[in-house]
Ligand binder design. Structure first.
Ligand code: GN1
Ligand code: MG
Length: 356
């Protein structure tokens, strides 16, 4: 992006009175291109929309308007930074055939990995409080921004098909593929829940870097990356926290021997999330939280492997086998979660059955 182009995009916003600005790429998202714009006085986030991934941008804008109008976000203890409307009152600005959005910059700290247990607790509680707040939102009025986003059964079926269509698969790839194709029991367990779990407003991308902490890390200031706000299950949001926050290594790590579930972190996550959702969750939903980490780790592993076999058409990669490595990383985490199931169930009992 060059500066003149950014200036022409900013011209679509009526508040834009600053004469000069600096900008640089910002954040660690895998999907959109993100820039921090600094006028000296104010800071904004400009995002170039990835229309390959989000094929229905208008659905995102629709959902964000619905959520704003149905829910009172001033009741939340943190902000939900939604796009600033342009002069035509649109949340999305078209420029040169591309789509952009502008956000107020929320200052604070973002992290890729936790450095203490309290950060896990605060993060998880924020997503739990958000789910509880969202109970007033009529989710049937929301649209699917990405159809079947966390549908484990369908992601599994897609990998099966993509793998079957491949002419040849290397021995190394086959090992990981076999692991994922062997997850039929998990798929069956997930499918049982589908018929009993209530539909909730969920964030659907509850990674630690999608929230902004205060500078002293005493509270969460904002939940960001609100493109996938839509109808989902509580176990998706709790599960993605387990996947990303309670893993000893990051999603891109290749220290294979070090990748495992950190059980004390799982416990903090559950405590935090449960404080947010305990008055909301049905008995089935409460039970489903134990499975969340497995479901979401498997969903992501399936997606990374599928993308790798399809030639990296979805996720941004730094080298050709990165999606394969991400799929291997998720496989090792999933194995570790599955091996810890008895211990996780004990923690679950302690946390969720004591405050009832
Ligand atoms: C994508 O762009 P980012 O990092 O916020 C993805 C998530 C995955 C994540 C894996 C719309 O999110 O589902 O969990 O990468 N978002 C979309 O790091 O596909
Ligand atoms: Mg993100």
């Amino acid at each position: 992006m060059v500066k003149e182009n950014i200036a022409s995009i900013l011209a679509a916003y009526s508040f834009n009175s600053f004469e000069d600005f600096s900008f640089h790429p910002f954040g660690a998202g895998l999907i959109h291109g993100t820039y921090l714009i600094d006028s000296g006085e104010d800071k904004y986030i400009l995002q170039e929309f990835n229309t390959t991934v989000f094929q229905f941008p208008e659905r995102i804008a629709h959902n964000q308007r619905q959520i704003k109008s149905q829910g009172d976000d001033s009741l939340l203890p943190f902000t939900l930074p939604l796009p600033i409307p342009n002069s035509a009152q649109k949340l999305i600005t078209e420029w040169n055939g591309k789509l952009f959005r502008l956000f107020e910059f929320v200052s604070g700290q973002t992290i890729q990995q936790i450095t203490n247990l309290n950060q896990a607790y605060l993060a998880s509680k924020a997503y739990g409080v958000f789910a509880d707040w969202g109970k007033i939102v009529e989710t049937h009025k929301l649209q699917e921004c990405i159809p079947d986003f966390h549908r484990l059964d369908l992601r599994f079926a897609t990998l099966q098909k993509v793998a079957a269509d491949k002419e040849s698969i290397s021995i190394e790839d086959q090992e990981i593929l076999d692991f994922y194709l062997g997850q039929k029991a998990l798929i069956a367990e997930y499918k049982k829940y589908q018929s009993v779990l209530p539909h909730r407003l969920t964030h659907n991308d509850t990674k630690i870097n999608n929230l902004i902490f205060s500078n002293d890390f005493s509270k969460v200031e904002a939940l960001v990356d609100l493109d996938t706000l839509m109808d989902g299950y509580l176990m998706y949001d709790f599960g993605d926290l387990v996947r990303t926050v309670a893993c000893s290594e990051s999603e891109t790590s290749q220290y294979w021997d070090n990748i495992k579930l950190e059980i004390p972190v799982f416990e903090e996550l559950l405590k935090g999330y449960w404080e947010g959702v305990n008055s909301l969750a049905t008995a089935e939903e409460t039970k489903s939280l134990i499975l969340g980490g497995e479901v979401m780790t498997c969903v992501m592993g399936l997606r990374f492997l599928t993308d790798y076999l399809q030639g990296n058409i979805y996720y941004r990669v730094e080298y050709p086998t990165q999606n394969f490595h991400r799929a291997k990383n998720q496989m090792l985490l999933l194995k570790s979660i599955q091996a810890s199931k008895a211990e996780l169930t004990e923690i679950w009992k302690r946390v969720t059955q004591s405050s009832n």
